[in-house]
Design a protein around this ligand. Structure first.
Ligand SMILES: [Fe+2]
Length: 320
């Protein structure tokens, strides 16, 4: 039995990503981890991986001097410039196991990028389109992107631009099919989005049933408030008819605090979680089949300037 098979049996996971992290974290030092990663690639066990290097303390620390290894054909890709102030993926998984939701304040640490990549990524929210179906209810802009996904297989993009929500909402909007503007290719191709999807899939891990097809909806949302108006962020305390939802904060400007809340029921008055999201990729994850969520409206802090709040929502549900 090979090294990979032994770990697979012990960990009871078929996720290549998770197995790779397990291999790396079980080795005694960063150089041994790197050698293990190279060996697995050479024997064909790993065909494609983005390599992050979490310390057993839960911090991501990268490998000094790894630049010399990037040209090594055994390594597909390696990003090492990870900040240290982050939660480990295992901490997030433990939280979800206990509560069905999780706030991951340092989630950005799981996504490695340089400053230019982050700026370019955030600029996609400056080129969204008005959400016509919600024009009466709020001032919201959006784009979206759709994947089909079977665990263990590559993501398959679906270019259908007609988004049909599975839930209905008790607000003044146009229900049914929403003809949305698709995400730009530069967004679809961005390394930040790719890492984001890989990490979200790794967090769900064995919750994603092998052989089952999933729909992954990716929504870019911008809520705008101007001229003293109040723009609702969500449709009150609600569910979206999905299974797992990852709410990633992207950016905001000139807003009064917006608090993301998780609730046990639609009529709940005391939230399970009430958390303002303020840093890039600050994230709330929840089991949408069980729990409810809400956020208060966007309002200007300074009445002379436009206010905006940009979010990236990535949701998983069994294929529709
Ligand atoms: Fe929602």
């Amino acid at each position: 039995m090979g090294y990979l098979d032994r770990i697979r049996r012990r960990s009871r996971t078929s996720s290549v990503w998770k197995l790779y992290l397990l291999m790396l974290t079980r080795a005694p030092g960063p150089h041994e981890r790197l050698q293990n990663g190279c060996a697995r690639r050479k024997d064909g066990s790993i065909t494609r991986c983005s390599a992050l290097f979490p310390e057993q303390s839960g911090q991501f620390k990268g490998i000094n001097g790894f630049d010399s290894g990037i040209a090594d054909p055994a390594i597909i890709e390696c990003k090492v410039a990870c900040p240290a102030d982050t939660m480990s993926i295992d901490t997030i998984i433990d939280d979800l196991n206990r509560h069905d939701y999780c706030h991951a304040p340092g989630f950005h640490g799981l996504i490695c990028r340089d400053g230019d990549e982050e700026v370019a990524f955030k600029r996609h929210w400056e080129r969204l389109s008005v959400d016509e179906n919600y024009r009466n209810y709020t001032r919201r802009e959006r784009r979206f992107l759709l994947y089909r996904f079977v665990p263990g297989q590559p993501l398959e993009i679906d270019r259908n631009t007609n988004f049909e929500p599975t839930a209905t909402y008790d607000v003044d909007y146009t229900p049914g099919v929403n003809r949305l503007t698709y995400a730009e290719d530069s967004f679809i191709d961005s390394a930040i989005l790719r890492q984001r999807l890989e990490t979200d899939i790794a967090i769900l891990g064995s919750r994603l049933v092998p052989g089952r097809e999933y729909t992954i909806d990716v929504h870019l949302f911008r809520i705008i408030a101007e001229h003293g108006a109040v723009s609702p962020t969500t449709s009150g305390i609600h569910q979206d008819g999905l299974e797992w939802v990852f709410m990633h904060f992207i950016d905001s400007g000139n807003i009064r605090p917006v608090v993301s809340e998780i609730h046990a029921s639609k009529g709940s008055t005391v939230p399970l979680l009430a958390q303002p999201l303020t840093d890039f990729l600050d994230t709330v994850i929840l089991n949408d089949a069980v729990l409810y969520h809400s956020a208060n409206a966007v309002q200007q802090a300074n009445q002379d300037e436009l206010a905006f709040r940009n979010m990236l929502l990535i949701s998983f549900s069994s294929a529709r």
